[in-house]
Design a protein around this ligand. Sequence first.
Ligand SMILES: C[S@@+](CC[C@H](N)C(=O)[O-])C[C@H]1O[C@@H](n2cnc3c(N)ncnc32)[C@H](O)[C@@H]1O
Length: 462
Amino acid sequence: MLRDQTPAPIERGRFLLMSCQGGAEKPLLSRAATLLPKTTPGVWRRGVVTLRLADGYDPPDTHSPDLIYARTVIRSFGQVTGETLGERIASLENLIGPGFWDDVHVWRRDERPAGAQPGSIRTPLHAKDDLESAHVRKAILSKIHQKESVFTGEPFVSSGRAAGHRVIAGSLVLDCVIDSHERWWVGWHRAHAPASCVPGGIFQAHETQQTQHESEVEQSKVSRAWYKLDEAIRFSGLAVRPGLKAVELGASPGGACQRLLEAGMQVVGIDPADMDPVVATHKRFEHWRKRTRDVRVRAFRPFDWIVADMNIDPTSTLEAIGRIVSTPGVRPQVIIATLKLPEWSRVDEVPEWLSHFEAWGYRPFAKQLSSAGREICVVAKKKTGATARRAAKRRRGKISTTPPPVSVKRPHRIEKTVPPPGVAELEKKKKSPPATRGGRTFVGLKRPANRSKDRATRRKDS
Ligand SMILES: C[S@@+](CC[C@H](N)C(=O)[O-])C[C@H]1O[C@@H](n2cnc3c(N)ncnc32)[C@H](O)[C@@H]1O
């Protein structure tokens, strides 16, 4: 935290502005309608959505709704337009009025075209865009009052999407969102959660490895999954300790395993496909060349983390994880799961998908990563204390609320409902009459052996 926080602007802006992956605007608006009832949709463009705040509603500076599809949420002053940079800067000065700022974040809205494949996000823009973000930031900095430049890490000017510094929590940040060459959105936010400390909520890989230039980092990575896992670790603040044991379901070619190995972890990758030699030959890596369902569940006992990144339907991913974590003795502390969204309509199922992690005794947090495609990443940490005990009881069937069934919606198929892993077995147990003896009922438990009868039988035999 900063010693003396720079005060927020007096005129705070009547809109929230959220950045998202191009194409995710509708899911974002529908999530906002549920979580932010005191707002109404404003204008939106590809990659940017605004919400008007109801009269009298003024969320706190560090308001951080769990919007899944929003990369970052800022307060918006409005737009500035102008043909020249000078005109736009003059309008910006006029719009923001007097006041001090700790730093400036400049970022571009994500205009990725419909159906763009993930991966293109790392190189979608031209070098001139990269320069433009940096140039705009420099021009703004020369005009505004900067209280103190409070930042950590290397200057954040790269990948054609964002310019600025990774600031520390508490910093007051002026945001400039480049909408087009002539139009910017202008707003502000107070940095708090990790995503709000980086321009546009876009994490930069080279920050993790500050000794390398970004292009060197990109060349050295086995696959884009390295970036996804890196971002997941950073947005969720997971503690990565050397010596932890991780297993990845769907590990080929190995970018995510590479990230875990770089963190000093012991890693097993499960995938019928080949691993990249960089990973395959690592001394702390083991390849189980199988499909996940062909691995015996007992084999998952040693692992602290389960990472799942299989290119299969989310319901199948959940079934695979559920089969593992419902096994006695298998209790990873962390699950990181990629749930693909082959169709945007599947977002309606996301709350139900997340409820499975709850039922397994984990606290899930979902986010659409800036480095990923049409999918969400769930980071679920194991619950502790009373909440964990309640979840464990639920798993053992001692309290009545069973996890909701997974609704399988596949295109061109009739919808069917399958119970999530573990539930089918519970249902079977419920249907068979409970074991009783001497007026006592044993629900969900094995009937204890009748020891007195056994002793009597043994005496008779002898
Ligand atoms: C998106 S790629 C994974 C990328 C990988 N995480 C990385 O770091 O490079 C999806 C992988 O899931 C694997 N896969 C699909 N179904 C699987 C299953 N049932 N069990 C194991 N792997 C599976 C595929 O073979 C494919 O290699």
